[in-house]
Design a protein around this ligand. Structure first.
Ligand code: SF4
Length: 248
């Protein structure tokens, strides 16, 4: 079903100022990640997806708001948006003076990236691809999270993606492991989105003490100052840590 969610945000705090849109997809065909509760926001109707998506894209202001980057997410991989929606995204970029579009998808769709790069480049729009990795600890990523990247190395991912999502705060995660993930992320990718884990039904537990250790650490302050990293914490309702909220 299509949920009533905040679908447009202008992130002016990030070093990469950008407009964010959360669109409706036809559904995630992978669908196994244990930490994911947003994949239900979908419709099997192309018309229903397009109707919402067109309206959301109508909020994009682009050059008029001094913005030239559009970050597109959905409740699945970008390849699972109707192609008509992809056309609306490109039209919006052209009309609003957007110079760079960001698309996010699962690694299994990596071979599609080149076609979408050509599709946007045709109109002079640059593209960045983002991939959900969550952690480079394969035991946690595949054993606990069932992310679907068995045996995939950072080098493999960097062959297709510019930017990764990492997640912190689940059971079994430690700040030491997070430091390793961040080091690998910064070595191979241009940018990192770090999300603080929010408990989901039937998902891993939330490790409150590991999260507190993180927020109390000088490492957190260091990451906040790093222009290549954006931190999201939707649990932090009062935004006491002054980090970006997840838009889901
Ligand atoms: S691939 Fe993305 S949308 Fe699909 S289950 Fe995993 S996290 Fe959720």
């Amino acid at each position: 079903m299509i949920y009533d969610l905040i679908r447009y945000q202008f992130d002016e705090k990030s070093s990469l100022r950008r407009e964010n849109v959360l669109l409706v997809s036809l559904g995630c065909s992978y669908g196994k990640c244990t930490f994911c509760d947003y994949q239900d926001d979908k419709s099997s109707s192309v018309i229903a997806c397009d109707t919402v998506n067109k309206k959301v894209l109508g909020s994009v202001r682009g050059a008029e708001a001094g913005s030239s980057v559009l970050d597109v997410t959905c409740s699945a991989s970008y390849t699972e948006l109707p192609f008509t929606t992809m056309n609306y995204i490109r039209e919006t970029c052209v009309e609003k003076g957007i110079k760079t579009v960001i698309l996010e998808g699962h690694y299994i769709y990596r071979e599609a990236n080149k076609y979408y790069r050509d599709f946007f480049n045709e109109k002079g729009i640059a593209i960045m691809f983002r991939c959900g990795v969550e952690t480079f600890d394969e035991n946690i990523r595949e054993g606990l999270l069932r992310k679907g990247l068995p045996g995939v190395t950072p080098e493999d991912i960097a062959g297709y993606y510019d930017w990764i999502n990492l997640m912190y705060g689940m059971d079994c995660q430690t700040i030491t492991r997070l430091k390793e993930d961040i080091d690998i992320g910064l070595k191979y990718f241009k940018r990192i989105n770090l999300s603080i884990y929010t408990t989901v039904k039937n998902g891993p537990g939330r490790n409150e003490s590991a999260i507190k250790d993180f927020y109390d650490s000088s490492f957190y302050k260091e990451l906040k100052e790093n222009p290549a990293i954006d931190i999201f914490d939707e649990w932090d309702e009062n935004n006491g840590h002054n980090v970006g909220h997840d838009i889901y």
